[in-house]
Design a protein around this ligand. Structure first.
Ligand code: NAP
Length: 501
């Protein structure tokens, strides 16, 4: 179950949004009475309430907005109990002064906005001794490992316990607590009105992470990155799990660069089955992979970690496979894009714009496929290093329009949302005989893609590559063929929202 927190300054708005939430399918709503500008009118708020409610009224010392007296607050909480509300939230220190009555369930809560203390088990024991129906233990993650300690307490609890970490580093624990027995989690009405740092929206919690379907057997996957909030990978992997009825969840793990090795080791305690790996960890992750799927070692970076038959970590670079497969299919739609009998890329001249990680991955694959690769980059020294290490040709950034090529690939971030009116290659340099591949996928129709189409070039988009790299990861994760069309539709829908907002 998902408890949606609702805070508005006006009764009228709180009642209206409560109705809206019920229409959207919310099963439990927390009314944050401390948000109201006037003294709360319980009768008005509870009359015809469309869902079960949690009544919460936080003081300023608990980061709440209550501006009236403490006696008045406790009277309000008692009145809520007398009115028979479903749950009432009582902070640890007042739990003893507000008695159990009727059928109202008591949530005994502890919040720590500064840290995740070392004595979590002791705090939990204290809360559990205050006659709770549910213990709520919420702290702030300062390092990713804090989540693991907190989830351990949830798992070992004898009383139903809602426990997770706040903050950017704790987002995933809000979902994963379900696997360890949390009866519900908290989500917000809208992304614009979060009640606590790191809170997800009701829709994300329900429709992206499928919180209510998580159980003790659910396998866990995720993306490790920093930052990670923008990642579209949770959206498409979770959609794929749902489509195939796989009992698994895919989470966003924000892991700071300097903690990568330590945090991944600590996460072993949660038996994570696979990761997508992205910036800035693609090189560091190589160390973890006991087996490297070719040409991962040659590329010197990976984007996928998955468990091999003996439980060991295997590393793969699906960016490379995906980019080559997308290109091959544009030349030979009926061919096998991963293991072609005759490789359509063999002998092709390719000009790559950019000298970052994606450029290196794609260039390595193309050279192995027999293509003649030229690298150009805004920062010349990086292009020179890459060209030298791969043994390919270097071109000056200012001369890129004059390089004769069959395939042009944009591996820079130029043209990416929100700078959608930029292109790394002028239209009059394009030739209709070229195939133009833009790895940027937000938006799908970049200015480069639009101008190449206008010019009559064959085009390959970053969406095609993104879906293929995710689908290949999914295959490594699950051993099944990926529901590629579900993943593509989900990604396209998400990108169209990015365009509008
Ligand atoms: P990266 O290592 O940070 O490299 C970024 C590249 O973009 C560098 O070559 C950089 O040039 C260049 N660049 C940035 N701003 C520029 C500008 N204003 N003018 C010219 N060049 C500029 O990033 P990466 O991991 O290789 O990713 C590159 C792009 O690939 C991303 O932006 C993303 O859109 C795309 N991508 C696509 C997929 C997919 O599946 N479709 C997956 C991953 C990434 P300097 O060296 O001069 O800074």
């Amino acid at each position: 179950m998902i408890c949606v927190s609702l805070g508005r300054t006006r009764h009228k708005m709180m009642i209206a949004e409560h109705q809206q939430l019920a229409q959207k399918g919310a099963q439990l709503v927390e009314l944050r009475l401390d948000w109201l500008g006037n003294p709360p009118d319980l009768g008005r708020l509870l009359k015809d309430k469309p869902t079960p409610v949690v009544i919460t009224c936080r003081r300023s010392q608990d980061k709440g907005l209550w501006k009236f007296g403490e006696d008045q607050r406790q009277t309000l909480l008692r009145s809520a109990i007398v009115a028979g509300v479903d749950y009432v939230d009582l902070e640890e220190d007042i739990a003893g002064t507000i008695r159990r009555y009727g059928s109202t369930k008591r949530i005994i809560s502890y919040h720590n906005f500064d840290e995740t203390p070392a004595n979590l088990a002791e705090i939990h024991q204290r809360l559990a001794s205050r006659d709770p129906d549910v213990v709520k233990l919420v702290t702030t993650a300062k390092v990713p490992e804090d989540n693991i300690r907190l989830l351990e307490v949830v798992k070992n609890a004898k009383v139903p316990t809602v426990g997770f970490c706040m903050g950017d580093l704790g987002v995933w624990s809000r979902i994963l607590c379900r696997k360890y027995g949390a009866p519900f989690t908290y989500a917000t009405f809208s992304a614009q009105r979060t009640m606590a740092p790191g809170q997800l929206t009701f829709e994300e919690t329900r429709d992206v992470f499928h919180f209510d379907q998580i159980n003790a057997e659910t396998q866990v996957f995720g993306v490790v990155a920093d930052p990670v909030a923008h990642s579209l990978s949770p959206l498409i992997h979770n959609a794929a799990f749902l489509a195939q009825g796989v009992n698994a969840v895919y989470l966003p793990f924000r892991i700071p660069r300097e903690r990568f090795e330590h945090s991944l080791k600590a996460l072993e305690a949660l038996d994570i089955r696979g990761y997508s790996v992205t910036l800035p960890h693609k090189v560091a992750a190589l160390e973890l992979a006991q087996t490297k799927i070719s040409p991962t070692a040659e590329i010197g970076a990976l984007n996928t970690l998955f468990r091999g038959a003996a439980g060991e970590w295997c590393g793969a670079n699906t960016d490379c496979d995906a980019a080559l497969a997308s290109l091959r299919l544009s030349f030979d739609p009926a061919g096998d894009p991963l293991h072609p009998q005759t490789d359509p890329l063999n002998g092709k001249r390719v000009l790559i714009l950019g000298a970052g990680g994606v450029s290196r991955a794609i260039a390595t694959g193309l050279i192995r496929a027999g293509a003649a690769v030229t690298i150009t980059n805004r920062t010349k020294s990086k292009a020179a290093d890459l060209a030298q290490s791969l043994g390919c040709v270097l071109a000056g950034w200012e001369n890129r329009g004059a390089v004769g090529t069959d395939i042009l690939i944009n591996c820079t971030s130029v043209g990416m949302h929100p700078k959608v009116d930029e292109t790394p290659f002028q239209q009059h340099w394009l030739d209709e005989a070229m195939t133009v591949f833009d790895t940027v996928y937000t938006p799908e129709r970049t200015l480069l893609i639009a101008q190449a189409r206008e010019r009559g070039c064959k085009v390959v988009t970053g969406v095609d590559m993104f879906v293929r790299q995710a689908a290949r990861q999914y295959e490594y994760f699950t051993g099944r063929s990926a529901p590629v069309e579900v993943m593509r539709d989900t990604l396209k829908k998400a990108i169209s929202v990015v365009k509008v907002t």
